[in-house]
Design a binder for this molecule. Structure first.
Ligand SMILES: *[C@@H]1O[C@H](CO)[C@@H](O)[C@H](O)[C@H]1NC(C)=O
Ligand SMILES: *[C@@H]1O[C@H](CO)[C@@H](O)[C@H](O)[C@H]1NC(C)=O
Ligand SMILES: *[C@@H]1O[C@H](CO)[C@@H](O)[C@H](O)[C@H]1NC(C)=O
Ligand SMILES: *[C@@H]1O[C@H](CO)[C@@H](O)[C@H](O)[C@H]1NC(C)=O
Length: 660
């Protein structure tokens, strides 16, 4: 379609050039001042706007120049020709016009051309230099008519970071109107780099008009600059605004409290406030933690003032419900704020109007289950006698009885042989020690060594049984969880999209929360079921909230976490700050600052929780239990079993003797 328009217009344009000598707008090569900018781009979009099918002479002259430029640059150029109705009503724009227009002349800057070139390249990196948009119209009103009636604002937002060039063919220039237009495009569409040019005006044909919203003046921020084209030829960088230092311009930032990445000073561990690197937080981002520190760093690197958007009704990440965004996502899409400063999962929302920044950190979504129960002591005492060791010991004892018989000779009864080995095994000497042969004594000596090793081992194991707490095996894989028969109470189901069978069966286990006021991790504890929570959050919550008075956890994180996410911030589509924010965020990642900020706060929270726990236990005097006979009751249980067995045998014996 665009190409067809292009081919359709070309003969028309050429015809005008060849047959009419009406070239008042092209007395010098207008495009030369932008050529450095255009060299770096890949695509040039030209939109001509006119009231009639046949554009006026002025428009065609300007267009012709860009054909000429296109021959020089050889870029992909698209031409759009838009015809608008002249009688449609447009909204007037009400922005206070600035009194002063600064005309920058001659020696505005004293940079060498190399320095200027370096600055130019750097500035180009902070805009979307791939594309340049050129609008050619007769005057400012025509462009407004076009932008208000024919343009889908989303398209405008999407290309807001490109360099825009406005060429107006009108001869009389009202600089106040140009101001209005530039401020309007900045305030409404956040288009930062606009160049306005009037090649047909005798007064202004040698001047370029731009707007710098970050310039601090007596009347607030914003200044319209008029440059002579000779300055631009020398210093092409001054056409682009400087994002690296925006002079304290206020950026509206939405930031709500969310432990541990954004914690207000009331809730943060007190000793964090004394750290020098965080001492500016109370006057800037107001929140400690990873997000708060990132906002502070962004504001320092770009030199903006943080204007916290403070509305407690919007304090949540937000989502898309029935096609409409909610909470802070809505604030971004609505362009009420410039940056949402709580790092969130990079998970696409099904809606236009926002962009993710570069990643700040990553996190996992993990299944939380109740901690497995504590194994009772008697069961653990039994546990000592389980396994291969018992069998091997038993076989060894039998072998020793056989050896004993070999060494002691034929005339000793078997009962005595067994009793000797048994007694030595329990380190109770019942042997008569009448081994005659040297080999027999060696055998018995080494057997005694073996016995002491085994009995020490037994006492050591018994000590560990009584002095440590051991849990039944925890759930450690997704498969274990699947088999456990537990369900997951959660408002989200991140497993649905993954086609693998294990994820599908997990997805089927997710059910809505029994009590919607509880978070998923709280439900897991309350209903002894599964829950879903971010790994970093659950580590902290289990340490601080969900553990008993000795600090033993009540919940367990299944180490095999099903989903992994990157976290980043969001900005409105076409935000002029996105590229420089990304640049700074990459720097933050390379420096490892994100890790540092995160660990600072989580460690502080852990230390505080540990300190509080110590305070509580030292206040309650008899919190430490002494070891008592009660703890060794399993031994007595065995003893009673033994007595009972003996009793049964005794009764049987009596029966045999007296009944038969
Ligand atoms: C700016 O410079 C141009 C050419 O060098 C000159 O014609 C014009 O008068 C100057 N304007 C001001 C305001 O100094
Ligand atoms: C940051 O902006 C302020 C104006 O609010 C200015 O005074 C200061 O010099 C700027 N800082 C830097 C490093 O340029
Ligand atoms: C938000 O506003 C409330 C009341 O308007 C105020 O108490 C609170 O300190 C503000 N929070 C921040 C971070 O500015
Ligand atoms: C969102 O935008 C609409 C229209 O632009 C406006 O009416 C509404 O007040 C805005 N909402 C907020 C919370 O700013």
């Amino acid at each position: 379609m665009n190409l067809i328009t292009f081919l359709h217009l070309l003969p028309m344009a050429l015809g005008k050039i060849i047959f009419q000598d009406n070239r008042e707008c092209t007395s010098f090569k207008n495009y030369e001042i932008y050529i450095k900018h255009f060299v770096m781009c890949k695509q040039i979009d030209v939109t001509t706007i006119s009231y009639h099918k046949n554009p006026s002479h002025g428009l065609m002259d300007l267009l012709k120049e860009f054909y000429e430029m296109n021959f020089v640059l050889n870029k992909a150029t698209w031409l759009h020709h838009r015809i608008i109705k002249s009688n449609i009503k447009i909204e007037t724009i009400h922005y206070p016009t600035l009194d002063k227009v600064t005309i920058v002349n001659g020696t505005a800057t004293s940079l060498s051309s190399n320095e200027a070139d370096a600055i130019f390249k750097e500035k180009m990196n902070f805009i979307d230099f791939d594309m340049v948009r050129i609008y050619i119209a007769e005057n400012f009103k025509m462009f407004l008519r076009y932008s208000q009636t024919m343009v889908n604002p989303n398209r405008f937002f999407k290309s807001a970071r490109c360099l825009k060039v406005f060429l107006f063919s009108s001869k009389n220039v009202k600089i106040k109107q140009v101001q209005k237009l530039l401020i309007h495009l900045w305030k409404k569409y956040s288009i930062l780099n606009i160049i306005v040019h009037f090649p047909c005006s005798s007064e202004y044909k040698e001047f370029i008009i731009t707007y710098n919203p970050f310039k601090a003046t007596e009347n607030g921020y914003g200044q319209v600059n008029v440059y002579h084209y000779s300055i631009i030829l020398k210093y092409p960088h001054i056409l682009l605004n400087n994002l690296k230092n925006i002079n304290g311009y206020p950026l509206k930032i939405s930031l709500f409290e969310r432990s541990p990445t954004a914690i207000s000073s009331d809730n943060v561990p007190w000793f964090i406030k004394d750290w020098k690197i965080y001492d500016k937080i109370p006057t800037t981002s107001k929140y400690y933690g990873l997000d708060g520190a990132a906002m502070l760093t962004l504001s320092q690197m770009m030199n903006f003032t943080i204007d916290i958007f403070n509305d407690s009704r919007e304090d949540s990440y937000g989502n898309v419900i029935n096609g409409s965004p909610t909470k802070t996502l809505k604030l971004i899409i609505n362009r009420s704020v410039d940056l949402q400063g709580n790092s969130r999962f990079m998970q696409p929302y099904n809606v236009n109007g926002y962009e993710f920044t570069y990643i700040l950190s990553h996190d996992e979504m993990c299944i939380i289950v109740p901690k497995a129960g504590i194994m009772p002591t008697w069961l653990r005492t039994m546990d000592i006698f389980r396994g291969k060791l018992l069998g091997v010991t038993f076989l060894l004892l039998i072998a020793c009885v056989v050896f004993n018989k070999l060494f002691r000779g034929q005339n000793v009864p078997l009962g005595i042989l067994i009793l000797e080995i048994y007694g030595s095994f329990l380190t109770q000497a019942v042997t008569e020690n009448s081994n005659k042969s040297l080999a027999g004594r060696f055998f018995f000596g080494s057997f005694l060594m073996y016995c002491i090793v085994i009995s020490t081992l037994l006492s050591a194991t018994l000590l560990s049984v009584y002095s440590t707490t051991v849990h039944f095996p925890d759930i450690n894989t997704m498969e274990d969880f699947n088999r456990s028969g537990l369900r997951i109470q959660s408002s989200i189901n991140p497993f649905k999209e993954v086609p693998s069978p294990i994820y599908q069966s997990l997805a089927a286990k997710v059910q809505s929360k029994h009590n919607p006021d509880l978070s998923s991790i709280e439900s897991a504890l309350a209903y002894k079921t599964g829950g879903l929570e971010r790994l970093t959050d659950s580590n902290i919550k289990i340490e601080t909230e969900f553990s008993d008075k000795d600090g033993a956890p009540l919940l367990h994180i299944v180490p095999e976490c099903p989903n992994r996410y990157f976290l980043s911030f969001i900005v409105p589509t076409g935000s002029p700050y996105l590229k420089i924010i990304n640049h700074i965020m990459i720097w933050i990642n390379e420096m490892g600052l994100n890790d540092k900020w995160y660990k600072d706060i989580t460690r502080a929270i852990f230390y505080e929780a540990k300190g509080n726990r110590l305070k509580i236990t030292s206040e309650s005097k008899d919190s430490r239990e002494k070891f008592s006979m009660d703890d060794a009751k399993s031994v007595f249980i065995f003893w009673i079993f033994g007595l009972f067995a003996a009793l049964v045998v005794f009764i049987l014996e009596l029966c045999v003797v007296f009944c038969i």
